[in-house]
Design a protein around this ligand. Structure first.
Ligand code: NAD
Length: 312
C-alpha cells in the first residue's frame, strides 16, 4: 500500500496520519477545516507529546481537491460526517476497486454507511484505545499509549488486513488483527453509550459520576438494552464484563478526571455522535423488536442539549 489518505484529520486522524508518515509512508491528510489545512501546508503540523514539541511536514488538502487514487483511506471524521466524506472521495475518483476503506471512529453502523458506496470486501473496521487532542488548527496533542485491532468487516481473511496491520505497527500504533472486531466495536460503543450521555447530561466528570452510590443502578438499564439488541443481531456481549469495563474506567488515574468527548463537543458548540451510540441502539432495537426506552430517552436528551448549545 503506497498511497494512504486520512479522511478527517482532526485529533485522531492527525495522530494516525502523522505516526504513519513518520514510519516512512506517503500520507495525505484530507479535511474541510480551512485554517487547519492552510496552516499545515504553510507551517507543517505541530506535535506536542509528553516529552517534546516538534513540526512535521505532511501533505494536506481539501477533499474536493483530490485528484489521485489511494490504496488505503482511513476515515476519521466525526461519525455524522463520514457519509459525505466517502461520497465526495468516490466522486473525485479516489477509490479504486481494491482500495481499502478503514475506520476507527467510535460508534456503530459505519460499515453500513460505507457499504452504500463500496462493497463490504473493501471495508475494514478497527477499534482503538489511542486518544488524541487538538490545541488549535495545525496543533496536535499526542499523549498516552493505545492499541488498535482491525478486521475486514465480512470476516474474510485478506492480505490487505495484514498489510494495514504492518503499517500500523511500523507506525508504533500497537496493532493486531482481530477475529471478532464487531464484539470489540460494540463493547467500546457500550462504554461510550453509558458515560458520554450520562456525564454530558449531568455535567460531571467520569469520577464525579462514579461517586454517586447508586451509579450502578443508572448504568444497568443502558447496558441491558445494548446486550439484548446485540444478541438479537448475533453479537455476543457479556453484561457483567461490560459493567466491569465501564466501572473500570472510573479511577482518577484512568478516565476519572476527564469529561467524555461528547461533553467537550457540546460545550464547544459542536454536534455529538449520539446517533451512532445510544441512537443507533434505539434504531436497531426497533428493527429487531427489542425495547430500548433508556437509550432512546438519552438520545432525545442529548438532542435537546444540542438545540441549546449548538443550534441556539
Ligand atoms: P475531531 O473533532 O478532532 O476531528 C473531527 C473533524 O472535525 C476533523 O475533520 C477536524 O478537522 C474537524 N474539526 C475539529 N476541530 C474543529 C474546529 N475547531 N473547527 C472546524 N473543524 C474542526 O475528532 P476526533 O477526536 O479526531 O474524532 C474522530 C473520530 O475518532 C470520532 O469518531 C471519535 O469518536 C473517534 N475517536 C477519537 C478519539 C480521541 O481521543 N480523539 C479516540 C478514539 C476514537
Amino acid at each position: 500500500m503506497k498511497t494512504i489518505a486520512i479522511a478527517g484529520a482532526g485529533a485522531m486522524g492527525g495522530r494516525i496520519g502523522t505516526q504513519i508518515q513518520e514510519a516512512g509512508y506517503d500520507v495525505t491528510l484530507l479535511d474541510y477545516w480551512k485554517e487547519h489545512v492552510e496552516k499545515i501546508n504553510r507551517d507543517g503540523i505541530e506535535i506536542q507529546t509528553e516529552t517534546d514539541t516538534y513540526h512535521l511536514d505532511i501533505k494536506a488538502k481539501f477533499p474536493e481537491e483530490v485528484n489521485e487514487q489511494y490504496d488505503l483511506i482511513i476515515i476519521l471524521t466525526k461519525a455524522m460526517k463520514s457519509k459525505e466524506m466517502i461520497e465526495v472521495l468516490n466522486q473525485r475518483g479516489a477509490i479504486k476497486s481494491d482500495t481499502a476503506i478503514l475506520t476507527m471512529m467510535n460508534g456503530l453502523g459505519h460499515d453500513e454507511t460505507f457499504a452504500t458506496v463500496v462493497p463490504k470486501s473493501q471495508i475494514f473496521l478497527a477499534v482503538t484505545m489511542w486518544t488524541a487532542g487538538m490545541r488549535g488548527p495545525g496543533q496536535l496533542l499526542l499523549e498516552g499509549d493505545g492499541t488498535i485491532e482491525l478486521q475486514r468487516v465480512d470476516g474474510v481473511a485478506d492480505e490487505r488486513t495484514e498489510t494495514i496491520n504492518q503499517i500500523f505497527n511500523d507506525a508504533k500504533l500497537n496493532s493486531h488483527v482481530s477475529d471478532n472486531v464487531f464484539q470489540s466495536v460494540w463493547s467500546k460503543a457500550t462504554l461510550n453509550s453509558v458515560l458520554n450521555p450520562l456525564c454530558t447530561i449531568l455535567d460531571k466528570r467520569i469520577g464525579e459520576f462514579a461517586q454517586y452510590e447508586q451509579s450502578r443502578e443508572m448504568i444497568t438499564p443502558i447496558i441491558e438494552e445494548i446486550v439484548a439488541v446485540a444478541d438479537a443481531k448475533g453479537i455476543e456481549l457479556n453484561f457483567d464484563d461490560l459493567v466491569k469495563k465501564v466501572e473500570g474506567s472510573y479511577p482518577d488515574e484512568l478516565q476519572g478526571l476527564h469529561y467524555p468527548s461528547m461533553h467537550q463537543d457540546l460545550h464547544s458548540g459542536r454536534y455529538t455522535e449520539i446517533d451512532y451510540l445510544n441512537g443507533k441502539i434505539a434504531q436497531y432495537g426497533k428493527e429487531v423488536g427489542v425495547a430500548t426506552p433508556t437509550n432512546a430517552l438519552l438520545t432525545h436528551m442529548i438532542h435537546q442539549l444540542e438545540m441549546k448549545y449548538v443550534e441556539a
